[in-house]
Design a protein around this ligand. Structure first.
Ligand SMILES: Nc1ncnc2c1ncn2[C@@H]1O[C@H](COP(=O)(O)OP(=O)(O)OP(=O)(O)O)[C@@H](O)[C@H]1O
Length: 477
């Protein structure tokens, strides 16, 4: 999504005395779909911080909740405090992290690569950060290189939890219905009570609306297991409802046209999604499929799944690792359909043979791709990389979400124990300049970033659209 021009932004942070008394705001350093981020100096001790002013209630809530849960994780950005008053945007005070993985990749592309020992250390830190999220039942839902921030000492930290969700038990069940075989995650079902770091008087947080979203967590295991049973029953019913209301297609972002739309524009559904960007998860707990930046979005999301879990982060991780190894985005799709096409061209057909149960995905029977006789394969996308490196990426980029290796599992991969060993963190090369999204620094890399977000022009290639019972089907070649 293209953010509003600076002139239409609130800039309200400068008028917030409770903030400006404690922090000197130095400059705006970035913005995203929902937030403006400023570099600031804490008046009491001169420490640099990032002030993230979030313009969306739900994003604020999600980011604060996730960061509280993950507050002791060394590879997750530190939330120092936050300000949130009624009728005002939330402002999060975060540790200031001057660089990010996108800049590491940019510098590698421009100037001769990254040593294998450094690649391994970046990967280890990413895996520890993602592992911490998943152990705590937090699914990030927007992992990409520019959300992996880096301190000047080389410590990499996951940031931007505005799209994150705390998962309930059912989200650890893979979409094909079998329990997820990731032992370490089982204990992580028990969500932790977030520590309270509220600042100031925030009575509205205790009102009924907020009690709803910050539900008290069960405190002991019996209580928790009882809640799981309730949830299972609830989601079982919900899934049946979804099957029956498939033709409404209102929860998916791909080819969501009804027959009525065909007359106007068979691809209106896709365009609509581009404009709407992130849809909300519904109140009953079904997740939206419209999350994350497209290039890093898992195939089940592209096919409209609303019943997914940590596995979508693992797919993103595979794309990030591939980019770290080749300095090029692996699947740079220009539309959701084009994105799926790019994935299938490399990995081969997505069928019941490659992922049992995929035909039940909401949009699976609406989009058909011609059979890919000779998939490109990951090796060809990662030229000059070792078999161990390709294998690491392959363990993440599995069509079947349940087959994707967990972050904690990958930490044990022999790749990290083989020579050359990961370099110590303080020997990593940290780019001194980060490419922001700021208007003042447009250019090649900014364009690169924009391409990854949901934008506009679709490249469909040749296609046939035919009317079917539930709407229409599109066949691409
Ligand atoms: N702790 C931080 N230290 C330094 N810079 C930061 C920090 N947090 C965010 N930024 C900068 O601000 C930019 C926007 O922040 P962030 O990605 O968190 O916002 P967002 O609105 O949620 O973005 P997106 O549209 O990518 O989801 C980031 O790309 C980064 O450059």
């Amino acid at each position: 999504m293209v953010p509003p021009p600076p002139s239409s932004r609130s800039w309200s942070i400068y008028g917030r005395s409770e903030i400006t008394q404690r922090y000197e705001i130095l400059e705006r350093i970035g913005y995203g779909a929902y937030a403006d981020v400023y570099r600031a100096c804490r008046r009491s001790d001169g420490v640099l911080v990032a002030l993230k002013e979030i313009h969306d209630y739900q994003s604020s809530f999600r980011e604060i909740e996730a960061l509280q849960i993950l507050r002791d994780s060394p590879n997750v950005v530190d939330l120092l405090e936050y300000f949130w008053q009624e009728d005002e945007d939330a402002v999060l005070v975060l540790e200031f992290l001057p660089s990010d993985l996108a800049s590491v990749i940019r510098d590698a592309k421009r100037g001769g690569g990254i040593a294998v020992g450094e690649v391994k250390q970046w990967m280890l830190q990413i895996l520890r950060g993602v592992g911490a999220c998943h152990r705590n039942a937090v699914v990030h839902r927007d992992l990409k290189p520019s959300n992996l921030l880096i301190s000047s000492q080389g410590i990499l930290k996951l940031a931007d939890f505005g799209q994150s969700r705390i998962l309930e038990e059912t989200r650890f069940i893979s979409t094909n219905g079998s329990p997820h075989q990731q032992g370490s995650e089982i204990e992580a079902w028990i969500p932790q009570q977030p520590a309270d770091v509220r600042v100031g008087n925030q009575p509205w947080l205790d009102g009924p609306e907020n009690q709803n979203s910050l539900e008290p967590r069960p405190t002991n295991e019996d209580e928790y297991l009882r809640e799981l049973d309730d949830l299972k029953a609830k989601y079982a019913m919900e899934d049946t409802d979804k099957e029956m209301s498939l033709q409404d297609c209102d929860a998916s972002c791909l080819a969501t046209c009804s027959t009525g739309d065909v007359e106007d524009d068979p691809f209106k559904g896709s365009y609509t999604y581009e404009v709407e960007e992130v849809k909300e998860d519904d109140e009953a707990g079904a997740l939206t499929s419209c999350v994350g930046t497209r290039w890093f979005r898992a195939p089940e999301l592209l096919y409209g799944s609303t019943n997914y879990g940590i596995e979508i982060d693992l797919w993103s991780l595979g794309c990030i690792f591939a980019e770290l190894l080749s300095f090029e985005p692996l699947f740079p799709g220009t539309s959701d359909i084009n994105q799926l096409g790019k994935i299938i061209t490399v990995l081969g057909d997505l069928t019941e043979e490659t992922w049992t149960g995929c035909s039940k995905l909401p949009d699976y029977n609406k989009i058909f791709f011609s059979k890919v006789e000779n998939p490109t394969g990951l090796e060809a996308c990662l030229p000059n990389r070792s078999a161990a490196e390709v294998n690491l990426v392959r363990r993440l980029l599995c069509y079947n979400p349940a087959s994707r290796a967990a972050a904690m599992e990958l930490l044990q991969d022999r790749y990290f124990a083989e020579e050359p060993l990961p370099v110590p963190v303080n020997e990593l090369t940290v780019p001194s300049i980060k490419d922001g999204h700021d208007e003042s620094s447009p250019g090649e890399w900014a364009d690169y970033r924009d391409l990854g977000s949901d934008s506009d022009i679709d490249e469909f290639g040749s296609m046939d659209a035919t009317t079917i019972e539930k709407g229409f089907s599109i066949r691409f070649s």
